[in-house]
Design a binder for this molecule. Structure first.
Ligand code: CP
Length: 317
């Protein structure tokens, strides 16, 4: 595997999940693959889970790891070509990327959407430049439009907890005080569709996601109807995708917060969220602390999804 940006880069999902679960049973079995190899993790944005789980995954595989927080201690980077660099940005990404590539074998990049220019975000300009100019295999640690390591971990978690061959999985929008990217819901939607689950998306009017990701998922604007009979509830906030409101908050309606009454509509569903989560905005304390909340095992599987992807990249070097 030379790149990992979306579900399209992983091949058959049943094979990927089987490989992930095999790694989970013995996560140190492939240490020889990473010996004398270096992973560089580049963060343009903050992270807790991705940073720790991906580093742990690489260490499980015997790799050395370099972590660079671009906004702390590195030169400020210009990303646009053609700019006269007479401001505070001392280095251009077009030199910085190949230089970073000199010091490692694999690169992981985290770079969020700016939520101002939809074309720029949906062209994935930052991570595509890493693919073009680094000379190294590149994987997404959440880019502008997708968070595939999260969705892969979500899939592994559902496969571990499901009691039906084809569970009903409901992704519900929930309120949040700040405008968030669509990367997590985009990826969750494309991975759930690819898995072939009974997949429903519920959100207020105006929060329709890019159809490229939602595909044939059922869209239900009535949250209560959507939640009826659900086996898994995946809560997430996102900002508007559709023009002219791209990147905007259209609603902070707290009646969409996932609470005990909402969960009572389901078939004793498991509660999921990628974390970090704003309690009592997205989900109430009692739901996230309930025995049906699987947010911690879900986060733990981030190590396994990352390790599966890095293993495949090492095998292809
Ligand atoms: N879910 C997730 O990617 O968490 P972090 O932003 O903390 O890495």
């Amino acid at each position: 595997m030379k790149r990992f940006l979306s579900v399209n880069d992983i091949g058959p999902l049943d094979k990927a999940v089987a490989e992930a679960l095999e790694i989970k049973r013995d996560r140190f079995a492939y240490q020889h693959l990473g010996r004398n190899r270096t992973l560089m993790m580049i963060f343009f944005n903050s992270s807790l889970r991705t940073r720790l789980s991906t580093q742990k995954a690489a260490m499980n595989l015997g790799m050395n790891v370099i972590v660079l927080d671009v906004n702390q201690g590195a030169w400020k980077l210009e990303t646009e070509r053609g700019v006269i660099m007479d401001g505070d940005k001392a280095e251009h990404l077009l030199e910085a990327i190949p230089v970073m590539g000199c010091y490692c074998d694999l690169i992981g990049v985290r770079s969020f959407a700016g939520l101002k220019d939809k074309a720029e975000d949906y062209e994935e300009r930052i991570i595509e430049q890493f693919i073009k100019y680094s000379g190294r295999p590149v994987f997404s640690m959440e880019a502008a439009t997708c968070h595939p390591l999260q969705a892969f971990a979500d899939l592994i978690t559902i496969e571990e907890y499901k009691t039906k061959e084809r569970p009903k999985v409901v992704m519900t929008w929930a309120p949040h005080p700040r405008a968030l990217p669509q990367a997590v819901p985009n990826s969750f939607a494309e991975w759930m569709n690819a898995a072939g689950y009974d997949f429903v998306i519920t959100h207020p009017h105006g929060y329709e996601l890019d159809p490229k990701f939602t595909g044939n998922a059922r869209i239900e604007y009535d949250q209560d109807k959507a939640l009826a009979g659900a086996d898994f509830v995946y809560a997430k906030n996102w900002s508007a995708y559709a023009d002219p409101n791209y990147g905007k908050i259209l609603s902070t309606d707290r009646s969409w917060t996932v609470d005990t009454a909402k969960m009572a509509l389901t078939d004793n569903a498991y509660f999921m969220h990628c974390l970090p989560v704003r309690r009592n905005m997205i989900v109430t304390d009692d739901v996230i602390e309930s025995p049906r909340s699987i947010v911690i095992p879900e986060a733990a599987n981030r190590e396994i999804s990352a390790q599966t992807v890095i293993k495949r990249m090492l095998e292809a070097l």
